[in-house]
Design a protein around this ligand. Structure first.
Ligand code: COA
Ligand code: AMP
Length: 632
């Protein structure tokens, strides 16, 4: 069957300038581009060079001017606090313009960085858009990160201002954000000039005179300001993501290319029309939150649902269906882990039948491998297409998917379907040669990366080249391993580096190892991601103690668990570690983490020929059994 996809994909690869140039016409620009894309700073690709625009103007003001002012822009549902709110595009414009005035009053100018550390409230979206309005660069930090992680981002982005909520709200506990920020300022040695604090009634913060300012008071006193034109290539935001070490990578996203890709994807990938209600159940601290809670739906004139709660327990496993029914949500996008949580609580889908889901058309999954069991369960329960798609912080949108706006392909479980227009995906071997169908290798994208692809890493162009572009010249290396089948469907099998995916959150085991090594009794260590039925993966640590240490192992384990919680945050879900006499290594001293993971997951594996001493694996297996692993 012929689909619009085939022609769109062919053209996007053969004539990227023509393809994206036409799609860019849907956006408003104050100055047209000189070139659709430019590779003179190769391996970076710059899109819409010479053009000027404003992302906030396109996402907010443009819709009010076009008569969408009364349409809800944001539906906020907070089952964890029992609150909800609807904000129209006209109201959003007012709030964003006023908060832009607050930023201006605090001397934030174009190019300045603003760090946002907020729970899931609409004001977080307002703060992001207000930065975009005046050309400031926002850097949102996920609320589950501890002070040391916030400090790394402060150090690198050196924001002039911080915008925060007084607290975050998790089931059964409230997390005061100001002490975390205070500690992060101390650790970073960079204190912003000001902190704007949105006081939440669940726990207010004490404000430090001269530095901290109350959001509401500032808003009441501020004058609304208009958007300013920025270069299409100017940064819109920096979003830090886990790399292979403890130092996060600051992915830099531009304004113009990002805007065009976001806008196109709402129809092309998700098949939504302006006015439709859309829900990405994520957090603005992650790329899914940036792209699909904020920018893409608003740029496309959709209503976006912002959800402060969990798929289960706030108050029950029916909350997703209740929100979908109440607001007529047409499509939901979440991580498979959310569905595993629902399936565990409500295996027969009894909650689903209690709500009117007649407007609900499609479920989209991404963020981690969509295991066929979960996908099939969701299909059976919902009787709707369940569409997996694959992407990363670095790209900001899907690299592979079943592009519903271009004609749906039959779904093959375990595959996110086909490359999305713009992405010339190839599977390469270690020698850089293209591998035949069915053979696993490095999943790479032939340059240029399409619009929205990272322009560089903040303050670290060399890191950008080394991490992504150096291994396979002329290609962007995704860091995932995968293969194509004979029908051109792609399969993403896991990372080729030390990143793991815990409940859809991307984390660095290397970063955790750095923390464990700091413990006074630890001589060396390894952290691996092992299979978990709910979260997909969870980290497990192995420690070899220094000679002469004779404290109980349990005490040391407890301490390192706390250290990871204190330094990375609760989100790391690091709860398990064990003491061993030695770590399995190659004869050249490389720790065999992959073999350890296979052993833990009960997979059959071939003994690595370079292993120094196979007997060590037996001890690792014995240490894993009491933790519930290595059952194979
Ligand atoms: N602020 C502070 N702490 C946070 C937080 C936040 N924004 N988000 C999570 N945490 C904490 C949790 O409270 C938990 O703390 P605990 O160790 O004291 O229990 C810890 O971080 C781990 O959180 P999480 O991995 O989310 O586990 P969970 O058991 O709380 O919930 C799920 C499990 C599956 C329900 C949950 O991960 C979920 O809803 N996932 C949906 C998918 C998603 O949002 N993915 C994001 C990328 S698309
Ligand atoms: P993040 O940058 O946090 O979005 O994490 C990106 C990583 O998550 C990818 O490199 C993959 O390893 C993994 N990932 C995201 N979506 C999928 C998917 N649909 N299938 C398999 N892995 C995925």
């Amino acid at each position: 069957m012929k689909r619009a996809y085939d022609e769109a994909y062919r053209r996007s690869i053969e004539d990227p300038a023509g393809y994206w140039g036409e799609l860019a016409e849907a956006m408003a620009w104050t100055k047209r581009w000189d070139r659709v894309f430019d590779t003179s700073a190769s391996p970076a690709t710059h899109w819409f060079v010479g053009a000027e625009t404003n992302t906030c103007w396109n996402a907010v003001d443009r819709h009010v001017e076009a008569g969408r002012g009364a349409q809800p822009a944001i539906v906020w549902e907070s089952p964890i606090t029992g609150a909800s709110r609807i904000i129209t595009f006209a109201e959003l414009k007012k709030q964003v313009a006023t908060f832009a005035g607050v930023l201006r009053k605090h001397n934030v100018v174009k190019g300045d960085r603003v760090l946002i550390y907020m729970s899931a409230v609409p004001e977080a979206i307002v703060a992001m858009l207000a930065c975009a309005r005046i050309g400031a660069i926002h850097s949102v930090v996920f609320g589950g990160f501890a002070a040391a992680e916030v400090a790394k981002r402060l150090d690198d982005a050196t924001p002039r201002l911080v915008v925060a909520t007084s607290c975050g709200i998790e089931p059964g506990r409230i997390i005061a954000y100001m002490p975390i920020l205070e500690e992060s300022f101390r650790l970073a040695g960079h204190e912003p000039e000001g902190v704007i604090v949105l006081q939440r009634e669940q726990q207010t913060a004490e404000l430090k005179a001269g530095r901290d300012h109350d959001w509401n008071e500032e808003m009441a006193a501020a004058k609304a300001v208009d958007w300013v034109p920025v270069a299409a290539t100017d940064p819109l935001y920096i979003l830090y993501t886990s790399g292979t070490t403890g130092k996060p990578k600051g992915v830099v996203r531009d304004n113009g290319g990002h805007m065009v890709a976001m806008h196109w994807s709402m129809k092309g990938v998700y098949d939504l029309d302006p006015g439709d209600v859309w829900w990405a159940a994520s957090d603005i601290g992650w790329v899914v939150g940036h792209s699909y809670m904020v920018y893409a739906p608003l740029l496309h004139g959709n209503t976006t649902v912002m959800f402060e709660g969990k798929p289960v327990g706030t108050p029950d496993a029916g909350v997703f269906w209740r929100v979908i029914a109440d607001h007529g949500v047409k499509a939901l996008f979440t991580a498979p882990t959310a569905f595993r949580a629902i399936k565990k609580e409500d295996p027969k889908g009894e909650w689903i039948g209690k709500y009117d889901l007649s407007k609900f058309v499609t479920l989209f999954l991404a963020g981690e491998r969509a295991d066929p069991d979960t996908v099939q369960w969701a299909e059976r329960m919902l009787d709707r297409p369940v569409v997996d798609h694959w992407w990363q912080t670095e790209t900001g949108w899907a690299m592979a998917g079943n592009c519903l706006g271009l004609g749906r392909f039959p779904i093959k479980h375990g595959s996110p379907t086909k490359p999305v227009p713009g992405y010339a995906i190839e599977i390469l071997g270690e020698d850089g040669k293209k591998l035949p169908d069915g053979t696993i290798g490095d999943v790479c994208v032939k340059l240029p990366l399409p619009p929205s692809g990272l322009a560089t890493l903040w303050n670290n162009r060399q890191g950008f080249i080394d991490s992504y572009m150096a291994d396979h010249p002329g290609y962007y290396k995704t860091g995932d391993a995968g293969y194509f089948d004979e029908d051109g469907y792609i399969y993403i099998m896991g990372r080729t580096d030390d990143l793991i995916n815990v409940a859809g959150h991307r984390l660095s085991t290397g970063g955790m190892e750095e923390i464990l090594s700091k413990h006074q009794d630890v001589a060396e260590c390894a952290v691996i991601g092992v299979h978990d039925d709910l979260k997909g993966q969870v980290p497990v640590g192995f420690m070899v103690l220094k000679a002469g240490v004779n404290r109980p192992n349990e005490e040391i384990v407890k301490e390192v668990v706390q250290m990871v919680r204190d330094e990375i945050g609760a989100v790391a879900s690091f709860r398990q570690a064990t003491v061993v006499h030695r770590l399995p290594k190659t004869r050249s001293g490389k720790i065999l983490r992959r073999t350890m993971r296979q052993l833990a997951d009960g997979e059959t594996f071939a003994m690595p020929p370079t292993i120094d001493d196979p007997a060590i694996l037996e001890e690792i297996g014995t240490a894993l059994k009491p933790l519930g692993y290595a059952k194979g």
